[in-house]
Write a protein that binds this ligand. Structure first.
Ligand SMILES: Nc1ncnc2c1ncn2[C@@H]1O[C@H](COP(=O)(O)OP(=O)(O)OP(=O)(O)O)[C@@H](O)[C@H]1O
Ligand SMILES: [Mg+2]
Length: 252
């Protein structure tokens, strides 16, 4: 579905004397097959969100290409309104504080010209993400972090997109809410293709078939979730080692 080939990206960085280039991504290759869940793990600053923005066509690559169903992403998005969506880590700044929960979920439906069916769809979506109908008229500051994040997930799936990118979308929630949301995403999967960005492995191993390890802007390893014991790079081994320590968190 999405093919990332040899992608490089750099940003201007203000140096002491002159502006320098900082290369953030080096020759990235990633394949996300239709219907799959693919994970990208890497530490803070490794370039995960940058790659996510490129995959969504929000920024330009320096070189290499990103194709969605064989077409450049930007071109694909123009033809398929609501076909791609994203859930960000910082859900508090990704919603309009003056919007009610129902308005937030309705937003992409209206943007795609589907306002007629919006009320029914919003009610169904709230039910799917286990949000009580009573919350429909609440403002973001009147609901909990977990409830607001579930509203953002409902918004992201409102138009039944082909591709949904989650950039650290559940990291900031407490563990019990994370577990509930992971279960929900697993159930909702259906025809959607998921790409999960995370700094640790827990959520990603639970949800993804295939995991890429990003270290300092380079993919250092790729592994099926079921074969994690076989990884060879030092970086992947280290991440897996630290994940085992936390495994008990997910056992229940
Ligand atoms: N718009 C930008 N302009 C300049 N530099 C940027 C920009 N976006 C990201 N960078 C730099 O690129 C590098 C990678 O950033 P990125 O946000 O992609 O990392 P990340 O892996 O998502 O980190 P985190 O886990 O903390 O979210 C960082 O050094 C960052 O400062
Ligand atoms: Mg990031």
């Amino acid at each position: 579905m999405i093919e990332v080939t040899n992608v490089c990206k750099s940003y201007d960085k203000d140096g002491f004397w002159r502006t320098e280039k900082q290369q953030v991504l080096h020759g990235i290759n990633i394949s996300v097959p239709a219907g799959a869940s693919v994970g990208l793990v890497g530490e803070s600053g490794s370039g995960k969100s940058t790659l996510g923005r490129l995959m969504l066509g929000l920024e330009q690559t320096d070189s290499g290409r990103i194709l969605m169903q064989g077409q450049p992403v930007k071109q694909w998005r123009k033809k398929h309104a609501g076909g791609m969506s994203v859930v960000f880590q910082d859900y508090t700044t990704s919603v309009n504080p003056a919007y009610t929960i129902a308005d937030i979920i309705r937003e992409p439906l209206i943007a795609c010209g589907r306002s007629k069916e919006a009320d029914v769809t919003v009610a169904k979506l709230m039910d799917r993400v286990s949000l009580s109908p009573k919350l429909a008229k609440h403002l973001p500051h009147e609901v909990s972090g977990g409830q607001l994040q579930r509203a953002c997930i409902a918004r992201a799936i409102a138009t039944s997109p082909a591709f949904v990118l989650f950039d650290e979308a559940i990291s900031s929630l407490d563990v019990s809410v994370q577990a509930r949301i992971l279960k929900l995403l697993q159930e909702l999967k259906g025809d959607m293709t998921y790409f999960f960005i995370a700094h640790d492995l827990q959520a990603v191993t639970y949800l993804c078939d295939n995991i890429y390890f990003l270290h300092k802007g380079r993919i250092v390893e790729q592994s099926a979730s079921s074969d994690l014991a076989q990884v060879s790079s030092e970086y992947a081994k280290r991440l897996i080692g630290s994940a085992i320590l936390f495994q008990s968190r997910w056992a229940g």
